[in-house]
Design a protein around this ligand. Sequence first.
Ligand code: PMP
Length: 290
Amino acid sequence: MSKVWINGEIVDKDQAVISVYDKGVLYGDGCFEGIRAYNGRLFKIKSHLKRLYESASSIHLEPPCSIDEFEQAIRDTLAASGLTNAYIRPVFTRGPGTLGLNPFLCKKPTAFAIVDTIQIYPPELYASGMPVIIAALARIPIQCLDPAVKSCNYMNNILAKIEAVNAGVLEAIMLNTEGYVSECTGDNIFAIKDGRIFTPHTEAGILHGITRRFVMEQLAPALGHTVEERMFKTEELLSADEVFLTGTAAEVIGVNRINDTVIGSGIVGPITASIATEFRKIVSDNAPED
Ligand code: PMP
């Protein structure tokens, strides 16, 4: 059953409410994370909480509790939920205040963590590969709002997601304002050509994904591959042998078509399949928490 920790209390879903004056609601003034639990273990929770506190610092938000206290709150809420496989959504908002933007008029940030489950893509797409589009909308540039900050302002991503859904698919690849591939609306992207794996450099303007890092530093090397971080454009992506996406919610999913271009032979390629299998094995056996 889902449970929510909110400002120090664990409550049921319908009791987890915040004010309409909360700046998180009024302006998307806040930051968040997404963490998965596998067999009771919180995958990379230390990295997720570190990124959450870095996001908070980037938006000049002082969390109302320490990182250790928040981690304990998440563990307690997971235990209260009775779930062992779960998706956790920790959020800090600026908190309630008066109307107007000035964040420093808010006295106390709001903190909550939802423990629930998630399935963003249908299971059959993990076997067949997933069609995606390239969004017309560009990813917001680092100079405007660095995508490395996981802020509650996801409108750039949501508008691209709407393009995807309107095109009959579930995810969109976003290019940065210079035309380089950056990331998807809620996942990072990797491509493979002639056995070489590459992924957009963080300078393309991306969320520094924790699943992305896990693939780069652990899964790919364990399978004898290295991953190159570099800038590349659409043409290279469309001529790749394999493309796959990574994210906490998405996990590892192959892409079989981008716009009208079939990727590779239109099925999940062998390197993607081996990475996805290795991912599943590690997280279900003994998911690393740091
Ligand atoms: N990019 C964006 C925009 C995201 O929202 C996410 C999901 N958090 C990711 C990439 C993947 O990051 P992670 O692996 O840390 O979940």
